[in-house]
Design a protein around this ligand. Structure first.
Ligand code: MRU
Length: 322
């Protein structure tokens, strides 16, 4: 599969994640404003992919001229929760004094690194999952999309599935649909189908019941920001999954590149949580599903306390909270 986000020599190219699974199309983003719009619409999404987007945003800013640092700041603030976005911007900006070519080289290095680090993190996590679970082959549960599409390539939590599937160790994956934007039903299911991994999509509300019935050997999720103490921000619903997993004695494993660790935050209570537009909940596939002005609570992420997590795993192995 092509990279989720890439540089074609003149512009940023992304797989349009708003169109999948019905349409597979590639968008070309030539300006900082187009990139910011794509980030806000979730045409490009997922923490590691946002890291690459941040760095490429600085590349676009250098080409547009004007106040590069002000444009870079707008990119960094396009979404607040995934620390990778501002991390990618900051890494590219460090090269600004060396010129536009140095900024581009740094952004391309981030793109190259991404697959390598996600493969390594998910390989470590696969070994940890095998150590935590006795049953073979494994029945895994996934929330949101932490696959190829959430990274430049390969994936984090879903990368674990790829490693285990290569070894014939995956029986099936239960895919939380992930309301309201359906990253599980639309994107994770699409990736699993492409890879020939057996899966079932379930409503988010079915996850605890699946665990109660003994249908889940391990929960695997990605992360948008990991505080120094090991608290993890991830897609809304992750916290509830972790509570259910603890109640049922199911291991709960978080996989992310170390760029997702924000050591400047002591605990998850300090993580900014993005609130998204009410209409994401008031409508489904364009049709109204609530009274027109229904009040809406639509946080895009939640924070799972470290004590509910069996392991947080990066390319360096198990993350040791401070
Ligand atoms: O709102 P999204 O789709 O960007 O949220 C993405 C997630 O919550 C992912 O689980 C997270 O970024 C990890 S992706 C490897």
């Amino acid at each position: 599969m092509r990279r989720t986000i890439d540089w074609d020599g003149d512009a940023v190219t992304i797989i349009d994640q708003t169109a999948l699974p019905a349409d597979y199309r590639v968008l070309t983003l030539r300006t900082v404003d187009e990139l910011i719009d794509a980030i806000r619409r979730l045409a490009v999404r997922g923490a590691p992919a946002l890291g690459a987007a941040g760095a490429l945003g600085v590349v676009l800013a250098t080409r547009e001229g004007g106040d590069v640092r002000a444009s870079a700041d707008r990119v960094a603030k396009a979404r607040p929760t995934a620390v990778n976005l501002s991390w990618g911007v900051a890494r590219a900006l460090e090269k600004l004094d060396d010129g536009a070519e140095a900024v581009l080289a740094e952004a391309l290095e981030i793109l190259d690194e991404d697959e390598r680090l996600n493969r390594a993190a998910s390989a470590h996590a696969a070994e940890i999952v095998l150590a935590l679970c006795n049953r073979r082959p494994l029945r895994l549960l996934s929330h949101c999309n932490a696959g190829h599409l959430a990274t430049v390539a390969w994936g984090s939590a879903l990368g674990v599935v790829w490693h285990l599937h290569e070894r014939g160790l995956v029986e099936s994956v239960l895919v939380d649909e992930t309301r309201p934007l359906l990253q599980g039903a639309r994107l994770t299911a699409w990736e699993l189908a492409q890879a020939g991994v057996p899966y079932q999509v379930q409503p988010d509300g079915a996850a605890a019941a699946a665990m109660a019935r003994g249908l889940v050997d391990c929960v695997l999720v990605g992360a948008d920001r990991i505080a120094a103490n090991g608290d993890v921000a991830n897609k809304i619903g992750t916290y509830g999954l972790a509570i259910a997993a603890r109640h049922h004695g199911v291991p709960f494993v978080v996989v992310a590149p170390s760029s997702t660790v924000d050591a400047s935050l002591a605990t998850g209570a300090q993580i900014a949580i993005e609130e998204r537009a009410p209409d994401e909940l008031r409508t489904l596939a364009g049709a109204a599903i609530t009274p027109p002005d229904a009040g809406v609570f639509n946080p895009a992420f939640d924070v799972t306390p470290a004590e509910l997590i069996s392991a947080v795993v990066t390319e360096h192995g198990r993350y040791r909270p401070r």
